[in-house]
Design a protein around this ligand. Structure first.
Ligand code: NAD
Ligand code: IPM
Ligand code: MN
Length: 370
């Protein structure tokens, strides 16, 4: 383990900097209390970078991300940048990082913490104890497929088009991540596509089936169409252990899964690249939520998804399982004590803002580490 852990912190836009501020305090706490040193660089991405540098992410920022041991990303985007050309939008920042660093496996755990059982819009009996992992492919599919664009037809109409495309290799490497995770969990993988209407989905199903049979006979593999999966996630989410799916379906299903846990403001994620021969791999950690322009600047955003993303960073990039679990326990205890941000507010609880929630997590860390 390197003595100095190099982190690149990219707060971004909207609530990104608000929730990242609270995480910075947790990092400082760890520096003080846990004898680890983080060497932190911070940079602009998204709309913030467009305003200052005229582009959503610079080659220099991408180079710094490549050189870092891990990247902690906030969120990007906002209505003030919505009318820019497609190659200039704030969202390009995250897409470029995934693509340039080869971050193909986006791990999105949806875990229902006990104190939040009542916060879900679903019945407590349906979500209690839920612990699923959505593995979303994140450098391919329709997000990056060619051809793409908008063209003008002879009759003057316009035609917009994108291409869903997956190669054997792309499917195998993300499926491997899912199978490996399942081995450490309940040993079940559900692969999700639309093999009934899409050739790329049919190939996906065939490749995952062959890989499972050849290399992971101990893991139980099932297949499901994406539309049915959306329904099943709401009907009986605990039937799933690991779900593996493509970029677009994974984006949608993980937002859906977040509401099982109570709020989009609760879901962290890790996006991992391929490990090299020394075991080193690029990795980026971010909440699954966006910049939430509707609540930005009000100090009411839930910082827990960003904090839990940092916990994932400790676990997956630095094998600091104990410290990751410590942060997760601190978040759970604060919720158990009755504090709630607006998005997870329930009757009888105490409504607090971003900063008070962040400070409560720090106090809890002090208590747990005492
Ligand atoms: P969003 O995730 O920003 O917000 C959806 C809803 O959830 C909003 O009502 C918001 O207030 C709420 N919400 C989200 N995070 C919250 C939190 N931490 N605490 C409390 N409430 C929270 O999605 P959107 O509104 O569709 O998109 C807004 C912008 O964010 C768009 O520009 C979009 O492209 C971008 N976006 C960026 C990322 C990213 O940077 N990774 C992810 C998703 C969306
Ligand atoms: C996410 C976001 C991004 C995505 C956008 C902002 C490009 O929605 O990380 O879930 O669609 O991947
Ligand atoms: Mn999304």
């Amino acid at each position: 383990m390197p003595a100095n852990k190099k982190l690149l912190v990219l707060p971004g836009d909207g609530i990104g900097p608000e929730v990242m501020r609270e995480v910075r305090h947790v990092i400082e706490w760890m520096d003080r209390r846990r004898s680890v040193t983080f060497e932190i660089e911070e940079d602009l991405v998204g709309g913030a970078a467009i305003d200052v540098r005229g582009m959503p992410i610079t080659p220099d920022t991408i180079a710094r991300a490549r050189a870092a041991d891990a990247v902690l990303f906030g969120s990007v985007g906002g209505p003030q940048w919505d009318n820019l050309g497609f190659d200039k939008r704030p969202e390009i920042a995250i897409l470029a990082l995934r693509r340039e660093l080869g971050l193909f496996a986006n791990l999105r755990p949806a875990i229902v913490l006990d104190p939040l059982v009542e916060a879900s819009t679903l019945k407590p009996d349906v979500v209690r104890g839920l612990d699923i992992m959505i593995v979303r492919e994140s450098t391919g599919g329709i997000y990056f497929g060619e051809p793409r664009g908008v063209e003008t037809l002879a009759d003057g109409q316009q035609r917009g088009f994108n291409t869903e495309v997956y190669t054997t290799h792309e499917i195998q490497r993300v499926a491997r991540v899912a199978f490996e995770l399942a081995r450490k969990r309940q040993g079940r993988v559900c692969s999700v596509e639309k093999a009934n209407v899409m050739e790329s989905g049919l190939l996906w199903r065939q490749v995952v089936t062959a890989l499972g049979a050849a290399e992971y006979p101990d893991v139980s593999l099932s297949h499901m169409y994406a539309d049915n999966c959306a329904m099943q996630l709401v009907r009986n989410p605990r039937q799933f252990d690991v779900v593996v799916t493509g970029n677009l379906f994974g984006d949608i299903l993980s937002d859906l899964a977040s509401m099982l846990t109570g709020s989009l403001g609760m879901l962290p994620s890790a996006t991992l690249g391929q490990a090299d021969s020394s075991g080193r791999r690029h990795a980026l950690y971010e909440p699954i939520h966006g910049s939430a322009p509707d609540i930005a600047g009000k100090g009411i955003a839930n910082p827990l998804a960003q904090m839990l993303s940092f916990a994932m960073l400790l676990r997956y990039s630095f094998a600091m399982e104990e410290d990751a679990a410590l942060i997760e326990r601190a978040c759970t205890n604060v919720l158990a004590s009755g504090l709630r941000t607006a998005d997870i507010m329930a009757p009888g609880m105490a409504k607090v803002g971003t900063q008070v929630m962040g400070e409560a997590v720090l106090r809890e860390l002090d208590k747990l580490a005492a």
